[in-house]
Design a protein around this ligand. Structure first.
Ligand code: 13P
Length: 250
């Protein structure tokens, strides 16, 4: 089975409404024909306007950067998976390192968020990756293995439809990218771990994206790695020209 190729833009807490719709319009126009799945992860306030721009476009999807672990109720300021789904969302990021670090999201919470996503037909894009100190002390494989244990809370039939994103924290927003060798080595390790946790067919069929200072210059080399199926792009996804180049980097 050939794996899905995916390029996703995580806008984080950036853009105005006008910038959001201009960015999406340009990417749809200039990279619409690329035979890869393209996903925008705008801030919550722009989910619906972004979805509206995508209605007639192929292979473009919208997702949210986070969802609540609760179904609904008195959780002021939170956004539920069903709300995201109701405005046309198809994906949701779970476990981004900024959420783990600044909002102290635990594995238990991440499990609940994934449960909410699945109940509402959102595909979880499960993010993980090691800190600089962990890589320096050669603990990066152990860290990633522990982060992946969240997946054990779900049956194979569900996990096989997830998307995974390996994002080494030391590469996020730093301009320092993992080398293609480092990315390939970790992605191969992730597949080996999934093969042991589930089975070989799940491990070889699931899409694993690389994230962390991926840009228009280095995307081609990263995406040419055997086990890298695309990218989760931060800063470079805010510039239409760069994001289009990345989409066309396979
Ligand atoms: P940068 O591409 O800005 O390093 O961000 C990566 C990221 O966190 C995507 O989720």
């Amino acid at each position: 089975m050939s794996r899905k190729k995916i390029v996703a833009g995580n806008w984080k807490m950036n853009t105005s409404l006008t910038e959001a719709s201009e960015l999406v319009k340009r990417v749809v126009k200039e990279a619409g024909n690329a035979p890869v799945i393209k996903i925008f992860f705008p801030p919550f306030t722009f989910l619906k306007p972004v979805a509206d721009e995508l209605t007639s476009s192929n292979d473009f999807f919208m997702g949210a950067q986070n969802c609540s672990e609760h179904e609904k109720g008195a959780y002021t300021g939170e956004i539920s998976a069903s709300m995201i789904s109701s405005v046309g969302g198809k994906y949701v990021l779970v476990g981004h390192s900024e959420r783990r670090t600044y909002f102290k999201e635990s594995n238990e919470q991440l499990t609940q968020k994934i449960q909410q996503a699945l109940k509402n037909n959102l595909v979880p894009v499960f993010c993980f990756g090691e800190q600089l100190a962990e890589r320096k002390s050669d603990k990066h494989f152990d860290t990633v293995m522990k982060q992946l244990t969240v997946l054990k809370n779900f049956p194979k039939e569900q996990v096989q439809n997830f998307v995974l994103a390996y994002e080494p924290v030391w590469a996020i927003g730093t301009g320092e990218t993992a080398t293609p060798q480092q990315a390939q080595e970790m992605h191969a390790y992730i597949r080996k771990t999934l093969s042991e946790m589930f089975d070989a067919s799940l491990a070889s069929g699931i899409s694993i994206l690389y994230g962390g200072s991926c840009n228009a210059q280095n995307a081609k080399e990263l995406f040419s790695c055997a086990d890298v199926d695309g990218g989760l792009i931060g800063g470079a996804s805010l510039k239409a020209e760069d994001f289009c180049k990345i989409i066309n980097s396979f």
